[in-house]
Design a protein around this ligand. Structure first.
Ligand SMILES: [Zn+2]
Ligand SMILES: [Zn+2]
Length: 701
């Protein structure tokens, strides 16, 4: 009998390890899927490299045997196992939890016979015999340069002794044709029998993009991986990859764990997008893991964005990433002397404070400043479309009684319930608690209760009133809740059935609106003064991306406009926006971050805890802090005092968090490895902790 180490999914922070020992009649290679007994259940596991397992003596009654080896499928590639091992260690999770959560859930239901049958069925399905379409446009000068820069690493993969090619950051303006660069490089890798991993943010994975990739490579099998797929679709797509039949994986963050064995190229589109960070379970960054995976497998990785993350930008400045630029829109000659930054929509900043003062103290400022309203009217008259961006859904963020001061607070959260006029509800956007709008103030009975502030529903109503001739539509999470609604609404915009589109950031990403020639940010000021240090970076990316919606064609771009209504027109962020100057914005932000010792100049970890009583969460974090301060490595990091989370209470649970900061990432990792094992016993000693989690490289503090 052979002794095997098997990774299984044990509950997070459970007392038992996720690497368990079993015995088997046959030796099974690491990466082989198996079914093994765990307690009274039979669970899916992965044979793990023995060296990874901590030494432990076998139980007195001997090892239990492996129930079944799922040998119909080849073992998962060694590089996949190494990626999982690294991610588990870096993000402080167990190997079993991370490895098993990277597999499709329905795989747990299959025995070897059923698995084999399914694999045979997938293998028998042939690709449609479509001829490759020769529709690829000639690359622009800038595209050709970017392609040429990456080509050598694809043509001649790094040998065993050679270094991995450096990651490439492609800073490409909206409309500069980054996707065409991706597709041409993918074609080169595919032509050499290698596989391509292409990742996009959740919201960008549109059927149009899938279709574009599928049409470009009709002779290659495409597997998509994203959270919108049914469990059966996820299983089939995963089996295509694990069985070696898929040549291209196109997916969102979970695609980073696609078990590709012939990987030749990794592409991360919109690499700055926050959706690459998983927000629950193992809180990994798929963008960062993509860079790690490419280095591990010695293949080129291309990070693309019009507004790169400051982390990637800093690495490019330091020379750790190779920086490529595409400043010009497709169709616009690169030699055009018009502008060093290429042709982009003119940005107009409107000072709403001055408008309000001019209107006199008694009048509310209009929702759209008169010059903006006039500009929209001109567009309507010319048959062009306008997009109004307001990043707040619902009708009004709060209802208020002017008599007694009552506000529509959520009883379960430290947040206001939002007034939704369409179905006359008060809804909490944190815990989803929903009630009908009261007819009168629930405290004093006053019938005259007022909405305060403005969401997309109200903006829609006000714009429709101000522009009676216009066809106004709204796209946000509420208007697109049911399946098919989003694509129907987008189709109406594309068909020209809409004059003015009101929407949240949902509409600023991934969609090409050919007829939109005016984009306006109605009230972006909230993000200027948000508590999180990444808020300006996010706002700049959002506004530049929104500006990019205007005039996607180079011809239209020259006549397109981006308007911003703000009470803070002097803010340097708007100054950089007017010049479409990402670089000066990024460099100014980085200088501030460096002075403040914030990422990328330091590394952060958050320990979060939730309990019914705030004191319980606070004392647990305090005890965790005390335990950390006793560790020999603690001097290399700063452990801040526990504080309430930005939204301190959600769904009845008080949330506290504690920040750990260090300039030395390697030291911080060693410290976490010593600290994390101390936490489960501490939790046991603090009754009432509902949840706790470590978040390495948190997106928001
Ligand atoms: Zn009242
Ligand atoms: Zn709530």
């Amino acid at each position: 009998m052979v002794r095997l180490t098997v990774a299984v999914q044990t509950p997070q922070h459970a007392a038992i390890d996720s690497l368990l020992h079993y015995e088997s009649e046959w030796s099974l290679a690491p990466g082989t899927l198996v079914r093994v007994p765990l307690g009274r259940r039979d669970v899916l596991g992965i044979v793990w490299n023995e060296q990874s397992a901590p030494g432990r003596s076998p139980p007195p009654d001997g090892l239990r045997p492996v129930s079944e080896a799922l040998s119909a499928l080849a073992p998962l590639p060694p590089a996949w196992c190494e990626l999982v091992r690294f991610a588990a260690a870096y993000y402080q999770r167990s190997i079993g939890e991370l490895a098993l959560s990277a597999l499709p859930p329905d795989l747990r239901k299959l025995g070897n016979v059923a698995l084999e049958r399914r694999l045979n069925r997938l293998a028998a399905a042939t690709l449609p015999a479509a001829a490759p379409q020769d529709t690829a446009p000639e690359p622009t000068e800038e595209q050709a340069q970017a392609i040429a820069a990456l080509l050598p690493a694809i043509e001649a993969p790094a040998g065993a002794d050679a270094d991995a090619p450096p990651p490439v950051l492609l800073h490409g303006a909206t409309g500069s044709g980054k996707t065409e660069v991706y597709l041409r490089l993918a074609a080169e890798a595919l032509a050499r029998g290698r596989q391509v991993l292409m990742m996009v943010p959740e919201i960008n994975l549109t059927p149009q993009l899938l279709q574009r990739v599928a049409e470009r490579f009709p002779r290659h099998r495409l597997a998509s991986q994203h959270s919108g797929m049914t469990p059966a679709q996820r299983l089939n797509a995963w089996l295509l990859v694990a069985g070696g039949q898929a040549d291209i994986v196109l997916g969102t963050r979970l695609a980073i764990f696609a078990p590709l064995s012939r990987l030749g190229l990794v592409i991360v589109d919109e690499e700055h997008d926050a959706s690459y960070k998983q927000q629950e379970g193992a809180r990994y960054s798929a963008r960062d893991l993509a860079v790690y995976r490419a280095r591990l497998e010695k293949v080129p990785v291309l990070l693309g964005s019009a507004t790169p993350s400051l982390e990637s930008w800093q690495r490019a400045i330091e020379g750790r990433y190779r920086l490529l630029r595409m400043a010009h829109r497709v169709g616009e000659p690169a030699s055009d002397a018009g502008s060093a930054h290429g042709h982009h929509p003119v940005v107009r900043i409107i000072d709403t404070a001055r408008l309000a003062a001019a209107g006199g103290p008694k009048t509310d400022p209009p929702v759209l400043a008169p010059p903006l309203l006039a500009a929209i009217e001109q567009r309507i008259a010319r048959g062009e479309q306008s997009l109004l961006l307001l990043n707040r859904r619902g009708y009004a963020p709060v209802l208020h009684c002017p008599d007694c001061g009552w506000k529509s607070e959520c009883p379960h959260c430290s947040a206001w319930r939002v007034f939704h006029k369409a179905d006359r509800t008060l809804r909490c956007h944190h815990c989803s608690f929903t009630e009908a709008v009261p007819r009168a103030c629930p405290v004093c009975g006053n019938l005259d209760i007022h909405p305060i502030g403005r969401g997309t529903e109200k903006l829609h109503e006000q714009v429709a009133a101000a522009l009676p001739q216009a066809r106004v539509a709204r796209i946000d999470a509420d208007s697109t809740r049911r399946a098919g609604e989003l694509s129907a609404q987008l189709a109406a915009v594309h068909a020209g059935e809409v004059d003015v589109l009101v929407g949240t950031q949902m509409v600023t990403k991934g969609h090409d609106f050919r007829r939109i020639t005016l984009v306006a940010a109605v009230n972006p000021d909230g993000a200027l003064f948000a508590g999180d240090f990444r808020a300006p970076e996010r706002l700049f990316a959002l506004l530049l991306q929104a500006a990019g919606r205007a005039g996607r064609d180079a011809r239209a771009a020259a006549a397109s406009e981006m308007w911003v209504q703000t009470a803070n027109p002097q803010h340097p962020l708007f100054d950089a926006l007017v010049r479409h100057d990402f670089e000066s914005f990024a460099n100014a932000q980085l200088a501030q971050r460096q002075r403040a010792g914030l990422p990328p100049f330091s590394h952060l970890v958050l320990l979060r805890a939730e309990a019914r009583e705030a004191d319980v969460a606070q004392r647990f974090l305090q005890a965790a802090r005390d335990a950390a301060l006793n560790l020999p490595l603690a001097e290399g990091a700063t452990f801040y005092a526990p504080v309430p989370a930005p939204v301190a209470k959600v769904a009845g649970f008080e949330r506290r968090q504690m920040l750990v900061e260090s300039v030395n990432r390697a030291l911080l990792q060693r410290l976490l490895a010593e600290w994390t094992p101390l936490l489960p016993p501490l939790r046991a000693a603090h009754k009432g902790i509902a949840r706790w989690a470590i978040d390495v490289d948190p997106q928001a503090i």
